[in-house]
Design a protein around this ligand. Structure first.
Ligand code: 0O2
Length: 245
């Protein structure tokens, strides 16, 4: 397919929907838009499922504890547009709200997070728009995670459309903190300054535990000759796993 033919085969979300129109969450158009995000989420989830199975089968490497996904509730989309001081148009929804479809991968160790970021960044068909490393630079709330904004190709009857999906990759420990903080504070500004400070403090404590667990895991690997050889082989193969049939 030539570049021109390929471009024509891509469906542009803005040209196909009422982009400048005001959002009406009870309208058929809103339902259609949400269908696009649900479809993209399914596509990405399938890719992650396949990756997980491949790693388990070919490398006996199982970094992922669990994967969750969600579509943002319509009222939360409106709330986020308001929070960002944006008018409630479809255009703003497509362009400015990057986590309408969200997939979260929860891993065992910090090193697993970076390994997965590397592998997913190498997916040929998934576009990587931005990466935010809140593990290296935690938010002032104490929040730690790795975020990737992707655009996932979805095949429809008239062509391919790239739809945004936010991927959050974090450790079990980070997920524990983020889930509780989300309930206790994130959407609740009434929390006291002392409680807020304590949440930041506990995020650091949990991060210390995450580091210690990684050290133990590394110690075990380093004391096992079979694992040392595998690790050396893996370094040579860079980020690729042992894909031998
Ligand atoms: P919900 O309820 O989880 O859907 P930006 O446009 O980059 O300025 P944006 O899109 O908020 O801002 O990006 P960011 O900061 O990367 O946050 C995206 C999502 O990460 C949030 O979505 C939360 O899910 C999560 N998150 C970010 N900061 C925190 C935090 O301090 N605590 C917790 N628990 N989660 C956080 P939503 O839509 O804000 O919320």
């Amino acid at each position: 397919m030539s570049e021109k033919e390929e471009a024509e085969y891509l469906i542009n979300i803005e040209n196909n929907l009422v982009s400048r129109e005001k959002i009406d969450i009870k309208d058929k158009n809103f339902e259609k838009v949400m269908f696009l995000y649900r479809a993209a989420l399914k596509q990405l989830k399938t890719k992650i499922d396949i990756l997980q199975e491949e790693m388990k089968l070919f490398s006996e490497y199982e970094p992922v504890e669990y994967v969750t996904m969600r579509i943002k509730k319509p009222e939360n989309i409106i709330e986020k547009l308001n929070r960002k001081n944006l008018s409630l148009t479809y255009q703003n929804m497509f362009d400015e709200i990057e986590d309408i479809a969200g997939l979260r991968i929860v891993c065992n160790f910090k090193s697993d997070v970076y390994k997965l970021v590397d592998i997913i960044s190498g997916f040929q068909d998934v576009r990587i728009l931005t990466k935010k490393d809140y593990m290296k630079e935690p938010k002032s709330s104490g929040y730690r995670s790795y975020h990737i904004i992707t655009e996932v190709p979805v095949n429809f009857s008239s062509g391919i459309m790239y739809v945004k999906v936010e991927l959050q990759i974090r450790t079990l420990a980070m997920d524990f903190w983020a889930s509780l903080e989300h309930k206790l504070k994130y959407k609740n500004q009434q929390i006291s300054a002392t409680d807020s400070k304590n949440l930041v403090k506990y995020a650091k404590v949990i991060d210390g535990i995450d580091e210690s667990m990684l050290k133990i895991s590394n110690n075990i690997e380093n004391s096992n000759p079979k694992l040392i050889i595998e690790a050396a082989e893996e370094k040579v193969k860079a980020k690729k796993f042992n894909f031998k049939l």
